[in-house]
Design a protein around this ligand. Sequence first.
Ligand code: ADP
Ligand code: MG
Length: 311
Amino acid sequence: MTQTPLNPGDSPLVREALSSVVSRETSAQKTAASPGAATGAAAGVRDGDWPRPAKTRIFTVANQKGGVGKTTTSVNLAAALSMHGQRVLVVDLDPQGNASTALAVEHRGDVPDMYKVLVEDLPLAEVVKEVPDMPGLYCAPATIDLAGAEIELVSMVAREARLQRALTAYDVTFDYILIDCPPSLGLLTVNALMAANELLIPIQCEYYALEGLGQLLRNVDLVRAHLNPTLDLSTILMTMYDGRTRLASQVAEEVRSHFGATVLSTLIPRSVRVSEAPSYGQSVMTYDPGSSGAMAYMDAAREIAYRAVTV
Ligand code: ADP
Ligand code: MG
């Protein structure tokens, strides 16, 4: 079910997206693409604490395609930011709980999780856990129970606003909140889009990279129109870049010509170390800080942190 773009139980605004036929050019064509993206060139250098945003930056990390790097991006950007003096919360909104696994936060059995927050009104404070050995980094885990939320939320009051309410009621201050979405455009993702002020879309550098993106962007438009007018598609990150293939560079070029300055200059390379890290309950930032993947995620996080100063 989670792989299908739209589920029968989706909210009206999601259904409306189906009938919206306007082919949408992104509003994010801000300026010309930055040339010659780096893959972690300047990374590894410790540069102290980064500037803290004036108010919490809440990112939804979404793309209804599975396996494009949403979880990897959420976890590693969060780790990188926390290593530079930021207080960061990762909200795991995917019933598979991959972000919770990667951050070594218990998410099996009766562990209080995001399902209980969204469906049973449990305060976030009772769910959020510190990530071991990562000062400043916290995680609100997902258990498999969350799979039921997609259906159970349908009949609930203010079903699109459950996450926003929970975050508003949670009186702990973070610099960044990253919401890791499931691979669908259902109510969990709509809750994330409503709760966020920024949208980060990871795009995998492969042939079908842009397929389905139109649908995501139409949903974002609907969320803006009905639920969250200030949601900003602020960041696109290209992931799993394989510099040896022409295809990858063609895709990267195409994405840049579509989305301009929204696309981070940093490309995340394909790196075995990135995919190994979760099985050790770690981000690649601590598992192998000198690896190309870790250095690239550090660069991407730095770009995001310094963009904060101008927005
Ligand atoms: P999503 O959350 O969008 O489904 P994931 O972040 O789980 O995607 O990534 C899908 C798979 O690709 C995972 O096995 C992950 O370890 C692997 N992966 C992600 N990014 C990279 C990368 N830069 N290099 C190598 N493997 C990666
Ligand atoms: Mg995931």
